[in-house]
Each structure stands twice: as C-alpha cells, then as structure tokens.
Design a protein around this ligand. Structure first.
Ligand code: GLU
Ligand code: MG
Length: 465
C-alpha cells in the first residue's frame, strides 16, 4: 500500500519523514522545473532529507535550461514539505519497485530554488508564480485555478519507436473496455495516491485522446498538481507499454490537446467567490468582467507562454474546438474565454471563467503567472469587457469578423514572441531573467523550424515548379 496522503498531511515535516521511514520509504526525490517546464530532480536517501530542510541541497544551476551562467552556478533547493508524497509506482514493497537490494520506495518533494545568499532565485518558475499569487493576496484575493489537461495515448511501431499511432478508434465520452479505459483508471489511482482529487476521466474527441480532470485549488497547489499529473501519466502509460504525450497537435486534421484553465478570485475579507454576482445575466461580478478584459487585452502578449511550441499554433486554428479569436461567450467553444453555466442548485461559489487557449506543453507555473498577471491588470485598471459573441466564430466570414473588430491570436510562435516582447505587463510578470532566457530559447526554436524544408513543401512544389 502506498503511504496515504490523508495519514500524513497534518503532520509536521519531521513527523512526515518518520512516517515515511516506517513505511519503508528509503529515498526522497527533490524536484523543480526549468523554464521550459521540464521536471528536474535529484534523489537523496531519506536520512538526508532532514539536513536538506535545514541547509538546502546544493546543485549546479548552470546546467539547467534558463537558470544561470557558469560564473554564478551554485544554487540550492529548499524542499516544500507540503508536497511530500510517495511516488505510487515505486513503493518499497509488493511487486513494483522493490529491488533485489531492498526497498526503492521514494517520496517526491517539490522544491523552491534559492541563491547562495539565501534569496529566492528570480529564474525559478515556481517563484515567478508565487510572486503573482502574492500580488493577488495583497489585493485581498486567493487565485483559484483548475486545468483540464488533454493528452494522447500512442503505441510504438513494430521497431519500438515512438510514433503518433492512436491505440484506439473511440470518440468523445465513448464507453470502451479497451486498454485505454484500464490505463485511465490506473492513472486516476496514481494521481489520487499523490493527493490529487480526480473529478472525472473520459475519452476525448480524437482517436487515442483522453482527458482527466481534477479538483481546483489555489494556484500554487494546482500548478504543482499539473506538473505531477504530467509525469504520472507518462509513467503509468509506460508501465502499460504505451506512451502519453501532451504535444498540442500530434496529428493533422483532428483535434489537438488543450489545457483549458478555469479560474476565479476568492475574496479573503468576505470569505466568498468574488467572481459571482447572481444579479448579472452571466452571473459575473464587475471584478470578474475586468479580469476577463485583462485576459483578452494580454492574450496576444502571453500566448507565447501559454502555447509555447511551434506546434502549439497548429492547434490554435479554426475547426477543432480550440480558440483563435479574442472573444468570450457562454457556450461558444471557439471563443478564448468561456463562462460555464452554474446550474441552479449548485453554489454560486462555482462561478469561474474558462480560458481555452493554453495547452499542456506550457510550463504551468509560468502560464498561470501570466494569466493571473493579465487578469489582475484588468482589475487594477478597471478595464471594460466587450459584449459576448455567442455565434460560432468558425462559421462567421472573415469580413464579418473584421467588421466586428474581433482580434485574433498570433498565427505562429515567431509572431507570438514579438507580441510577448511588446507586452510590458507579461514581461514584468516573468521578470527580466526568465524573459531573456525564454525569448532567446524560443526564438532559436522558431528559427530552427522556419528554415526546415518539410515533406508538405516537397510534395506540393517539387514537381509543380
Ligand atoms: N481539444 C480541444 C482543444 O484543443 C478542446 C475540446 C474540448 O472542448 O474539451 O482545446
Ligand atoms: Mg476537453
């Protein structure tokens, strides 16, 4: 049995370590992410964790993407014991994980990154999110978020190579008894062992595509959960001989994978959801409306963070339930922001807005920080929200869209990076360090892509010209 989160969550850090020891856990995996959102980690024997809590665990930051230069390479990790949980596929007992030389039981701990002089490192993505969350707290709010991560489960080809080969032919909400449905259930069990409370799991629209939704929480907990979610799903798929990918558009001509993010502000002083106003036609308070206006105003500036890959822009095209236009609506899935209906009988505390442009390849900490910064800018400036567009934008002619003054998301990563550099609010939210490294890396990625000659070009032009 995996160490139950409910049995340890109320314990202090040292008591957690004791409980883990009694449970045959022998290691701690100290984790953080680089600026691209790739999970990094160092494994220490559990008996070193107490020392790490006191003195930190040092590492060479110059070898981590976007961290430091050689000359200033030393950094240290400060474990956040609120995130202490046993990695469920590595228990120190039973068939999985226990090796011939003893227990491989391992607990995961997410860490903050610090500089030698004891300051939070400005380039730590988790720190970037914490700064925005603190800004919200100063304004009197807790930012709550709940993402819907979509993903594909693929097979390997006969040579064992990773290829985009869907393992099923099912569609949206199909009930199936195939391997995918079993794997989803194993994924849910693994996520819950990490303390992530799953709400529902279903087959998505495209063949081989799935979605698992978990309960919303404050922004930091949710971002930690999203990072955990991604490596958990990859690990469980691998155990079953498949692989899970969060690549936004792995296959041309069918839906891609999004990370729609539901969000709201909770008033600390009034102990209530500050987005809710039952008097308003959409159930939205003035605060929520200004927040949405902020999201729309900065959508072009922050999309390079929310949809960070060359491939992300192949998802953000008309016709596949992903947004392309900067609008909002109740039911409109082509709009950038959707306002889910809060059914009668459900508490208005559930009022929230769903931002549909992010995709799951983003660094969740940076994507959350950017959206919160955009929303709070709308709040602080009291921005006016344009009227909703309920008509499907995919069906509207380009002339009508233009006439209505509706703006679009950038069409490529190259354009998105230019927009990011122009948006002072998003630049400030990322901070100089992250911004500089991010833009440099993304520009190089874009340049590498745009100079390639693709199969499509060869097939289209070689013979014709
Ligand atoms: N897969 C779609 C996207 O790329 C979303 C489908 C849905 O509404 O769940 O955003
Ligand atoms: Mg979905």
């Amino acid at each position: 049995m995996t160490l139950e989160i409910s049995a340890i969550e109320a314990l202090d850090p040292l008591a957690k370590i004791e409980a883990a020891k009694e449970h045959n856990i022998r290691f701690a995996e100290l984790q953080f992410t680089d600026i691209m959102g790739i999970v990094k980690g160092v494994t220490i024997p559990l008996h070193q964790l107490k020392g790490s809590l006191q003195n930190g665990t040092w590492f060479d930051g110059s070898s981590v993407e976007g961290f430091t230069r050689i000359a200033e390479s030393d950094q240290w990790l400060k474990p956040d014991m609120d995130t202490f949980a046993e990695i469920p596929w590595k228990p120190g007992h039973g068939e999985l994980g226990a090796g011939p030389l003893g227990s491989r039981g391992t607990a995961r701990v997410i860490c903050d990154v610090y500089t030698p002089d004891g300051k939070p490192f400005v380039g730590d993505p988790r720190g970037v999110l914490k700064r925005q969350l603190e800004r919200a707290t100063k304004l009197g709010y807790v930012w709550n978020a709940g993402p819907e991560l979509e993903f594909f489960l693929f097979r390997k080809d006969e040579n064992g190579e990773i290829k985009p080969l869907p393992h099923d032919n099912a569609g949206y909400f199909d009930f199936s008894t195939d391997l995918g449905a079993n794997i989803r259930q194993d994924m849910v069990n693994a996520l819950e062992a990490f303390g992530i409370s799953v709400e529902a799991a279903h087959h998505e629209v495209a063949a081989g595509q799935h979605e698992i939704d978990f309960r919303y929480a404050d922004g930091l907990k949710t971002a930690d959960n999203a990072v955990t979610f991604k490596f958990t799903l990859k690990a469980i798929a691998q155990i079953h001989g498949l692989y899970a990918t969060f690549m936004p558009k792995p296959i041309f001509g069918i839906n891609g994978s999004g990370m729609h993010t539901h969000q709201s502000l909770y008033s600390i002083a009034e102990s209530r959801n500050a987005f809710a106003d039952p008097e308003n036609q959409y159930g939205l308070s003035d605060l929520a409306r200004s927040y949405m206006a902020g999201i729309l105003a900065h959508a072009r500036g922050m999309i390079a963070v929310l949809a960070p890959l060359v491939n992300s822009y192949k998802r953000l095209v008309p016709g596949y339930e992903a947004p392309t236009y900067l609008t909002w609506g109740r039911t409109n899935r082509s709009a950038l922001i959707r306002v889910p209906k809060v059914s009668p009988g459900i508490s208005i505390e559930a009022t929230r807005v769903e931002v549909r442009c992010p995709d799951p390849s983003s660094n969740t900490y940076l994507a959350f920080a950017a959206m919160l910064a955009a929303g709070l800018d709308g709040v602080e400036k009291g921005l006016e929200l344009a009227p909703p567009v309920e008509e499907s934008l995919y069906a509207m002619s380009p002339e009508r869209i233009k006439k209505a003054g509706i703006r679009e998301l950038p069409g490529t990563l190259g354009e998105a990076i230019d927009e990011l550099e122009r948006d002072e609010v998003i630049c400030a939210a990322l901070g100089d360090h992250v911004l500089t490294h991010y833009v440099e890396a993304k520009r190089a990625e874009w340049d590498e892509y745009r100079t390639q000659v693709s199969t499509w070009e060869v097939e289209k032009y070689l013979d014709a010209f």
